[in-house]
Design a protein around this ligand. Structure first.
Ligand SMILES: Cc1cc2nc3c(=O)[nH]c(=O)nc-3n(C[C@H](O)[C@H](O)[C@H](O)COP(=O)(O)OP(=O)(O)OC[C@H]3O[C@@H](n4cnc5c(N)ncnc54)[C@H](O)[C@@H]3O)c2cc1C
Length: 494
């Protein structure tokens, strides 16, 4: 039997959190660093492969954002409306959407280091481009804090990170599933790997766990997330099935985050069970249906069931999938008139299960809803829309409904301009919120509330969010905690 190999740092996973942790460790002086990726090389990279990977982070406004896109032409720059996104803004967003349940110490550390972490990514060689956004009167209006994403989207990011990792001499083993961890609640010693050629053990002075959430395991979804969550469509990688998370809990790691909660979004009803395809050029998931603030959504009975205009979609989309899942048949229809259709985000050619008609009654027949009910829902909604407040898609316009339930808090514009459209949606899961407890050094904490020596974690495997999630926070969280994990793992060797 060959002797067990020893690595200074073992990184579990092959997604963006894993690459960033490995690069951080190596550039901080760690010796032998290996990444163990469960997926074969052709499928490496976890969830980022299926995303355009926007980054939300604290910044001082247009001038700073331009540092990330040095080739941006002056004319476009002058049309951009990019207000600063402050520490207070980001923290308030996290606190509001998690209903005050996010760990305050971790949230403050995360927000406080978000700017430095994204600059670090630029400094190691990641190239960026501007987000696609809403255009009104020739001005480009961005969601607060979300302005840039890596060139080439998620796959572009992964390919760039891999090139940087290989240049630094980091070893990547594909088809290498970690199926057990060695250690106890005091210290991590290494991992057991299942590879096509058989099983073997690796010793590690430090282990950084970046194995993602458990959203691709129908059994774990049903166990933790509740009724009918096993029917969810999985938007991302099929490889995130939670076995490393379970192994960590088994040695005594402490659980954190919302174990019945997950990022769930409305997606086209034709989405496959797993791994929804990307738009051309990696510009995001092709089956997203996020324009609902400019529509009403009804269930199969023809009834509205949530406040479509509570806030910008970036603050509501991650909980709207759960609302759709709870409807009969886990299905709903977004109903638009031409005012809504004109506001669809520009340049995005989404796949759509769509029905069109000149009247609401005809539309109802096409989608199998009793026409009298849908006509009543639309007329009741139209009559309840405030007429004294102007409609303004650039901001929370306060144009709400009065006297109906559920209300629509903003952008309540009557649905009157034919042809009318109905987009059929269901619920897709992005990632789970329950995971490992870490501290501000990215060390994994045990159920005795002490750090497990040598064990760190970053990415979706960290339990951080509750109820909901502000869009484009996952990648920034990866950068912050992976940077910390890599630095602190490397410090153990020195
Ligand atoms: C469609 C979609 C759109 C998104 N859009 C955005 C966005 O715009 N902005 C944003 O911030 N976030 C976005 N996200 C979320 C973001 O992609 C994730 O938060 C992020 O990718 C998580 O990174 P990770 O490295 O922790 O997990 P992953 O990228 O999922 O990587 C986990 C890795 O662990 C590996 N693994 C799993 N089990 C094992 C095992 N037993 N042994 C070894 N390896 C294992 C997997 O193969 C994978 O390589 C999106 C996600 C999806 C699916």
């Amino acid at each position: 039997m060959s002797p067990r190999e020893t690595y200074d740092v073992i990184v579990i996973g092959g997604g963006s959190a894993a690459f960033e942790a490995a690069i951080s460790a190596k550039t901080a002086g760690a010796g032998r660093v290996v990444m163990l990726e469960k997926a074969p090389e052709t499928e490496f990279g976890g969830n980022a492969r299926f995303s355009h990977t926007g980054f939300r982070f604290v910044h001082s406004g247009a001038k700073e954002i331009r540092e990330f896109v040095p080739d941006l032409d002056e004319a476009t720059f002058q049309r951009m409306h990019v207000p600063p996104y402050t520490h207070e803004n980001f923290l308030a967003d996290l606190n509001r959407v998690t209903q005050g349940q996010i760990d305050p110490v971790l949230a403050d550390a995360f927000v406080g280091q978000s700017n430095a972490a994204v600059h670090w990514m630029k400094d190691i060689g990641i190239k960026w481009e501007m987000e696609k956004t809403i255009e009104v009167d020739n001005k480009l209006y961005f969601e607060p804090g979300i302005n840039i994403h890596p060139i080439g989207g998620g796959l572009g990011l992964l390919l760039a990170l891999r090139e940087i990792a290989l240049k630094h001499g980091i070893e990547i083993r594909y088809d290498s599933k970690v199926r057990a961890v060695h250690g106890n609640e005091r210290q991590i010693d290494g991992v057991r790997v299942s590879a096509p050629s058989g099983e073997y053990d690796l010793d590690g002075r430090a282990v950084i766990c970046c194995s993602g959430g458990f959203q691709a395991s129908a059994e774990m979804r049903a166990r933790y997330l509740g009724t009918n969550t096993d029917f969810l469509r999985v938007r991302g990688s099929k490889h995130n099935t939670g076995e490393v998370l379970q192994a960590m809990l088994a040695i005594g790691a402490k659980a954190a985050g919302h174990w019945q909660g997950a990022h769930m979004t409305p997606i086209d009803s034709a989405a496959p069970a797993v791994e929804t395809p990307l738009l051309e050029g990696g510009k995001g998931n092709s089956m997203n249906r996020y324009d609902y603030p400019y529509s009403i959504t009804v269930n199969n009975l023809g009834l509205r069931f949530y406040d479509e205009g509570e806030a910008k979609h970036s603050y509501t989309y991650a909980k709207t999938g759960r609302a759709v899942l709870a409807q009969p048949g886990a299905s709903a229809f977004q109903i638009y008139d031409q005012t809504g259709v004109d506001l669809f985000r520009r340049g995005r050619n989404y796949t759509a299960t769509v029905f069109e008609a000149d009247t609401i009654a005809e539309l109802a027949k096409k989608i199998g809803i009793e026409p009298a009910v849908l006509v009543h829902t639309v007329e009741e909604f139209n009559a309840a829309c405030r007429k004294d407040v102007p409609f303004d898609p650039r901001k929370l316009d306060g144009k709400c409904t009065v006297g109906i339930s559920p209300p629509k808090s903003h952008w309540a514009e009557p649905i009157v301009r034919p042809p009318f459209r109905a987009y059929q949606v269901t619920a897709g899961i992005t990632f789970t919120f329950g995971g490992l407890q870490v501290d501000t050094k990215a060390q994994v904490i045990n159920t005795g509330h002490r750090a497990i020596h040598g064990l760190f974690a970053s990415g979706d495997v960290v339990g951080l969010f509750f109820h909901n999630y502000p869009s484009c926070t996952g990648q920034t969280r990866n950068a912050v905690f992976s940077y910390l994990a890599g630095r602190n793992a490397a410090a153990l060797q020195n």
